[in-house]
Design a protein around this ligand. Structure first.
Ligand code: NAP
Length: 307
């Protein structure tokens, strides 16, 4: 029987592990299918306080894990395939093996949705990104492209004009899903060019290990052409990793956990942290903050239950 199981090893899960381990709760951290979370696919992180010269994403993950292990956290690879949260102790099926726990911190994150292009995954961290806030500053006076027609795409395109010399926004349809205010703001920005009814066939150049251009196709006319770009930002939404909890934890229409304030979910003793609930900020530091909150809530819950 565990005092606490933490699902996810990104900033949220790792911070929850540091705090619960220091509280002597011996947490078990389930590493999941994206070890280290979104940070692990970011080359350099410049906005986490305390690192004046920046730090590489995987390095930051590794430091947090080591810090948690120093206080007794245990990390195992695995995927939660099923969960029974109907009574306590909670039961989790991790790759076929059942584990019991008094409290649960869900920090399983939200995975960026990708286009599925042949070269896309190979160029992540080398010009392909899913986070303008994280990587925008690397594109000063360079040409970038943003894919998507929702609020995130508009927000990222606008944000990127602070650095980039030019931003091309590519959307697959004529109509935009983005709210009028966000769309109008992007349209009014002289640094942004819109290409609608256009899809990306692939991104280059694997040989140079960095993004140099894309092949585009107009879905109405069939015209195909190439365009040079230095950065390629995919902003077509995220998928929260909550499948195993569907029907038990309250989720919104997109599958994000609905908070009950602080780090609480609708089930007492089950807490959330990071992007699995947060669709607004999605930063390393906000996820870490939520991990800390979830850990403190779990600790207080266990204390109140006499453990
Ligand atoms: P979203 O609203 O679901 O929009 C995703 C966009 O990506 C859509 O335009 C969609 O095209 C496109 N897309 C999806 N799959 C694609 C594919 N395979 N190829 C090409 N295009 C694809 O996602 P989001 O923009 O991340 O926003 C998520 C939520 O957060 C929304 O509720 C949004 O309002 C909110 N948000 C709010 C703010 C703000 O208010 N400041 C900022 C960011 C996000 P189609 O339209 O053709 O389906």
């Amino acid at each position: 029987m565990r005092n606490v199981i933490i699902i996810g090893s990104g900033c949220a899960g790792n911070t929850a592990a540091i705090y619960t381990a220091r509280a002597n709760l011996k947490p078990l951290v389930i590493i999941g299918h994206e070890p280290g979370g979104q940070l692990s696919i970011t080359t350099e992180v410049e906005d986490v306080p305390g690192f004046p010269m920046g730090i590489d994403g995987p390095g930051l993950d590794e430091n947090m894990e080591k810090q948690a292990e120093r206080f007794g956290a245990e990390y195992v690879y695995g995927t939660v395939v099923e969960a029974d949260l109907s009574k306590r102790p909670f039961r989790l099926n991790i790759d076929g093996e059942w584990h019991d726990t008094r409290t649960l911190i869900i920090a399983s994150g939200a995975s960026a949705r990708w286009l599925g292009l042949a070269n896309e995954q190979k160029l992540i961290g080398h010009g392909v990104s899913s986070c303008a806030t994280c990587d925008g500053a690397f594109y000063r006076e360079r040409k970038v492209m943003v894919i998507g027609g929702g609020d995130t795409a508009m927000e990222e395109a606008n944000f990127l004009t602070r650095f980039a010399s030019h931003v091309t926004l590519v959307h697959r349809r004529e109509q935009f899903r983005a709210s009028k205010i966000m769309l109008d703001r992007a349209r009014a920005n002289p640094k942004i060019t819109f290409l609608h009814s256009t899809v990306v066939d692939d991104v280059y150049d694997i040989g140079q290990n960095s993004v140099t251009g894309v092949r585009l196709r107009n879905v109405e006319t069939g015209r195909v052409w190439e365009q040079e770009v230095d950065g390629f930002f995919v902003a077509i939404g995220h998928i929260p990793n909550t499948k195993a909890f569907k029907g038990q934890i309250d989720l919104d229409h997109d599958g994000y956990i609905v908070t009950r304030g602080g780090a609480r979910t609708n089930i007492e003793g089950v807490f959330h942290a990071g992007d699995v609930q947060d669709r607004a900020y999605r930063q390393a530091i906000t996820a870490a903050g939520m991990g800390c909150m979830a850990a403190i809530e779990a600790e207080r819950f266990l204390e109140a239950e006499g453990h």
